[in-house]
Design a protein around this ligand. Structure first.
Ligand code: FE2
Length: 210
């Protein structure tokens, strides 16, 4: 996926990456209004804030993922970590979704999912359940942990990178991700994402990325 990296010119800034589809492309499951706020306001705010916070630190110039790993366990940089991780998580989330509803799960992933969860259907149910049961704000992830696929959840801005797990897909379960469309019905939102929007080609690419 395009990363939120520094611009190549003189400005030491991370950039808000383009959405990989139009804001109305995920309708009727996620509305254009939600994407306008979620991408244009929330994601942009995280990128803007990490740019403010990283300036005049010894971390200025680090690629975003390296920055996350560097400050993730440092209590002196909690706000910098939170905003850097949220900038990264949202870019990963946009690419975890696709308007191409007809896309099938690639055979290699289907085999791995069946081996890890019993069946694709069982995986879908477990992914929805994890998203629903994540208390408060956070994320549900499909990750590669060693040789096994696992579903994990993280709170607030946390992500699986610090646990050295390889993320394959994510679902944002902060209320701003679904409240305009589903109000408090997080399960309906999570089910819609899992059944209709997951980008399996992105997951496969992540599986094979070093
Ligand atoms: Fe979000």
């Amino acid at each position: 996926m395009p990363s939120v990296e520094r611009a190549r010119d003189a400005e030491p800034l991370y950039e808000l990456p383009y959405l990989p589809y139009k804001e109305d492309a995920l309708e009727p499951f996620i509305s254009a209004e939600t994407l306008a706020y979620h991408y244009g306001k929330h994601h942009k705010a995280y990128v803007d804030r990490v740019n403010q916070l990283v300036q005049n630190t010894k971390f200025a110039g680090l690629p975003l993922q390296a920055l996350i790993l560097r400050v993730g366990n440092d209590a002196d940089y909690t706000e910098l970590f939170n905003n850097a991780a949220q900038a990264w998580n949202h870019t990963f989330y946009w690419h975890s979704l696709t308007p191409d509803r007809g896309s099938r799960i690639p055979a290699e992933l289907e085999q791995r999912i069946t081996a890890s969860f019993g069946s694709v259907s069982a995986f879908r149910d477990q992914f929805v359940k994890a998203a629903v049961e994540r208390f408060g704000s956070g994320w549900a992830w499909l990750v590669l942990d060693g040789d096994a696929l696992k579903i994990v959840t993280t709170t607030n801005a946390q992500n699986p990178l610090l646990a050295r797990n390889k993320p394959l897909l994510t679902i944002d379960v902060w209320e701003h991700a679904y409240y305009l469309d589903y109000q408090n019905r997080r399960a309906e939102y999570a089910r819609a994402v899992v059944e209709s929007l997951l980008n399996w080609n992105f997951a496969l690419g992540n599986l094979h990325r070093d």
